[in-house]
Design a protein around this ligand. Structure first.
Ligand code: FPP
Length: 247
């Protein structure tokens, strides 16, 4: 039976987050420059977004560029930015055809203007789509995001608009980049690395983690289905006992 048909559509994760890793190693294995891996990673982005939308996942977040990635060699950063601009521009039509809304989280102001403008245009052009939201984490890091939220809450308190004792989980969530987006139930990381690398630290508190040896440019629809099947085979207890869950 095809993997896709084994998935219980009633128990799908609403939100899947992915750390797309291994582009550089994939390219190196074929004696190519790292950017060759990023270019090929775009096919995996397309396949994964299509697969997720087809089965009914509501949110797919992809870690496309971290705050720390700015420290990579200048040529790689520039090439990645160019690739992003090009991909976003060319994929807007496909996003609309598939009824997918584009959204972005991160320090977007730090992106080159061409990238920021292209992104805004694609976000505006797809804003009415309802099937799935594709969230790109760009110039994103979770510690940056949480610090920002804390600073904003501090300002509200200083202005007398909020009392410290009123601050709870929901208050903080309102100031995160992901406000209004449910927390991911499943986080996938490719390339055999077992880390979360400053990605959605708050939001992944109860997520199931799935690690695969596959390098990102090799990741295909069946790999996503396999991760979802693995997720569906797990018991999510949220700190409770198995007996309490069965009730
Ligand atoms: C990690 O592999 C990958 C990235 C830092 C970039 C991901 C970007 C893409 C797949 C291209 C475009 C994406 C979108 C959403 C349009 P790595 O370079 O860290 O690989 P390595 O660990 O093998 O060096």
């Amino acid at each position: 039976m095809p993997l896709k048909q084994k998935i219980d559509l009633k128990r799908l994760p609403k939100h899947i987050a992915i750390i797309m890793d291994g582009n550089g190693r994939w390219a190196k294995k074929q004696g190519e420059e790292r950017i060759f891996g990023h270019h090929n990673g775009v096919t995996s982005v397309r396949e994964t977004a299509e697969a997720a939308a087809e089965i009914g996942v509501e949110f797919l977040t992809l870690y496309a560029f971290s705050t720390e990635n700015w420290n990579r060699p200048k040529e790689e950063v520039n090439a990645l930015m160019e690739l992003l601009v090009h991909t976003i521009h060319h994929e807007t039509k496909t996003l609309n055809k598939n009824n997918i809304r584009l959204h972005a989280i991160g320090n977007l102001q730090s992106l080159p203007k061409s990238c920021f403008d292209e992104l805004q245009e694609a976000i505006n052009n797809t804003s009415k789509n309802t099937r799935m939201t594709l969230v790109l984490a760009l110039s994103y890091s979770s510690k940056w995001e949480i610090l920002n939220a804390v600073k904003e809450i501090g300002n509200k308190i200083k202005a007398g608009e909020l009392q410290p004792e009123e601050v709870n989980e929901h208050t903080l969530e309102k100031y995160l980049c992901t406000a209004g987006i449910p927390d991911p139930e499943l986080m996938i990381r490719t390339s055999g690395e077992h880390r979360i690398s400053n990605f959605l630290l708050w939001q992944l508190a109860y997520a199931e983690f799935y690690f695969t040896e596959k390098l990102w440019p090799d990741f295909r629809k069946d790999d996503l289905y396999q991760a979802i099947l693995d997720y569906q085979a797990r018991e999510r207890r949220f700190g409770k006992t198995s007996e309490q869950i069965a009730l």
